[in-house]
Design a protein around this ligand. Structure first.
Ligand code: SIN
Ligand code: FE2
Length: 224
């Protein structure tokens, strides 16, 4: 499928949109898989590190690692903060998506599930809790459309608004990997995919640096 490059600036090279990557049937299929994830790993409310303020977006994860935040900071954890159980595996459809668009040697380790009520939003931030920024962030939108904002590598720089619709895939790779981004608002009632309304975002990320055979051999040699 053809990707649209969203901006001409060199600093947003690698910011790609695949409009309607998932058609209506595939969105239903993906939604069923996501509902399965949430059944196993219930949604929780994360809190801002310093203020301890609750985030308006509720979250869950699948994959070996999951993103979590509380007063102690942002981090990846290998088990659900409330149930203590390991996160369920990343659904095959999302692994296939990663293989199709990420152009990266290794699989994703975390898939954050963000659930937005119509009133929820997400402030401008960078995704920088990962060890390897050479892997892109691959993000899927389901349900109501949203107003997504992307800036550059500094918080104070100019930003641009984009509308993300159900089934769209956005890739933040290359020099856009550390671009500030956020969700200004949800356009309630723009999709009928979610019976409860609102929006679900799925964000695939590589967290650790891959340990390839060649690296391992070199390290073993180096460490004597
Ligand atoms: C995020 O940055 O974690 C979520 C982005 C989105 O909801 O599209
Ligand atoms: Fe993000």
């Amino acid at each position: 499928m053809k990707a649209t490059r969203l901006a001409d600036e060199a600093e947003l090279d690698g910011l790609l949109l695949f409009p309607g990557y998932f058609d209506a049937d595939r969105q239903q299929e993906l939604l069923a898989a996501v509902r399965g994830v949430i059944d196993e790993a219930p949604l929780y409310t994360a809190h801002m590190p310093k203020s301890g303020r609750p985030m308006s977006v509720r979250m869950s994860n699948c994959g070996p690692l999951g993103w979590f935040s509380d007063e102690r900071g942002y981090r990846y954890v290998d088990a659900h903060p409330c149930t203590g159980r390991r996160w369920p595996p990343i659904p095959d459809m999302l692994i296939a998506l990663w293989n199709d668009v990420a152009h990266y040697s290794d699989p994703p380790e975390a898939c954050l599930v963000n659930v937005y009520s119509p009133a929820a939003r997400m402030g401008l931030h960078q995704d920088r809790d990962e060890a390897d920024f050479s892997a892109p962030v691959v993000s899927v939108s389901l349900g109501d459309s949203c107003l997504f904002r992307v800036g550059g590598p500094t918080r104070s720089g100019p930003t641009r608004p984009y509308r993300l619709n159900s089934g769209d895939v956005l890739v933040l790779g290359g020099s856009s990997r550390l671009a500030f981004h956020g969700v200004d608002r949800i356009y309630a009632g723009t999709s009928r995919l979610l019976a409860e309304g609102g929006r679900i975002n799925l964000t695939l990320r590589r967290v650790t640096r891959p340990q390839h055979a060649a690296h391992r051999a070199a390290e073993a040699h180096h460490n004597g």
